[in-house]
Design a binder for this molecule. Structure first.
Ligand code: AMP
Length: 281
């Protein structure tokens, strides 16, 4: 496994792989790897000749009051995990390498961002789209792997790939969970032990909602209010949002039908957790 920190060196390696007509599976991450990331790697390993993972905590996607400095990092541990999972290349650029000066061009995402995390994290998806456009140009993957835990990100990347004509196949990967249902996340380490126990209620509330829907409940307000009750009764976390939209368009639904997402964000003392379920009726 090679660790590459320079853009030009990464480009040279990619050019050689392309000359050899090898397919490239790409997993963009912010590091502090867990089994969620590993699942993406495993899928990429199965489907491509070469697996490239990037580790880059992208300042552009963090708001002024967000956890950029506090975001957990441990490159040596990540390197070991990636090596064990047979990653071929880690692209690990510094902030200076990716943004040597104030960017002259950034992207603005026009659709699928006025709801969910997009509405509470203004500019977040612009930062995600901008860094991914740069990374896609550098790595030129055949397939790019994204976790459905960040379902809005998958919807935004779908728009990015389509609108900017990246010849990349987007592969969404199902959320990997702890035994009690909590979605694996690098931010889970910032929960207190009490909060960690409580946090299983997020997925529980989603599964309860799914059950109610399959039993015939169609009133979106009722479903959301039941979820709010479940979460507030069973945890100290503050609900940031619980919303239901069509997926992947993320538009308001008149009637609960077709493919839609139930998504939530809950703030604990030191970590804001998100989770979702996509349901097809
Ligand atoms: P991050 O390092 O948090 O930016 O995540 C990198 C990629 O891993 C993103 O595509 C995430 O959606 C994905 N990911 C994070 N957590 C999970 C999980 N629990 N299950 C599946 N994919 C995940």
């Amino acid at each position: 496994m090679k660790v590459i920190t320079s853009i030009s060196q990464m480009q040279q390696e990619v050019q050689a792989l392309k000359n050899d007509k090898l397919s490239i599976g790409y997993i963009p991450t912010m590091g502090y790897l867990h089994e969620g990331h590993v699942r993406l790697v495993n899928k990429a390993r199965e489907e491509n000749d070469i697996v490239i993972m990037s580790i880059f905590v992208n300042p552009l996607q963090f708001g002024p009051n967000e956890d950029l400095d506090a975001y957990p990092r441990d490159f040596e541990r990540d390197r070991e995990i990636a090596k064990n999972e047979k990653v071929d290349y880690i692209f690990y650029p510094s902030v200076e390498e990716m943004y040597p000066s104030k960017p002259s061009v950034t992207l603005v995402v026009q659709k699928r961002v006025d709801v969910l995390c997009g509405s509470t994290r203004p500019g977040h998806f612009d930062g995600v789209a901008t860094v991914l456009a740069k990374l896609f140009h550098i790595i030129q993957p055949t397939r790019a792997y994204f976790g459905m835990k960040d379902a809005q990100q998958v919807a935004v990347v779908d728009g990015l790939i389509t609108d900017l004509h990246f010849p990349i196949e987007l592969i969404p990967v199902e959320t990997v969970r702890e035994e009690d249902g909590l979605a694996k996340s690098s931010r889970n380490v910032r929960l207190t032990s009490k909060e960690r126990e409580e946090a299983s209620v997020l997925y529980k509330s989603l599964k309860e909602a799914e059950k109610q829907i399959f039993a015939g409940e169609r009133d979106i307000e009722v479903i959301i209010s039941n979820m709010k009750n479940t979460i507030s009764k069973n945890s100290s976390g503050a609900v940031d949002y619980i919303e239901i939209y069509s997926y992947p368009e993320l538009e308001n639904l008149e009637i609960l039908e077709g493919k839609f997402i139930i998504a939530l964000a809950v703030k604990f003392s030191n970590a804001r957790l998100i989770d979702n379920l996509v349901i097809t009726l």
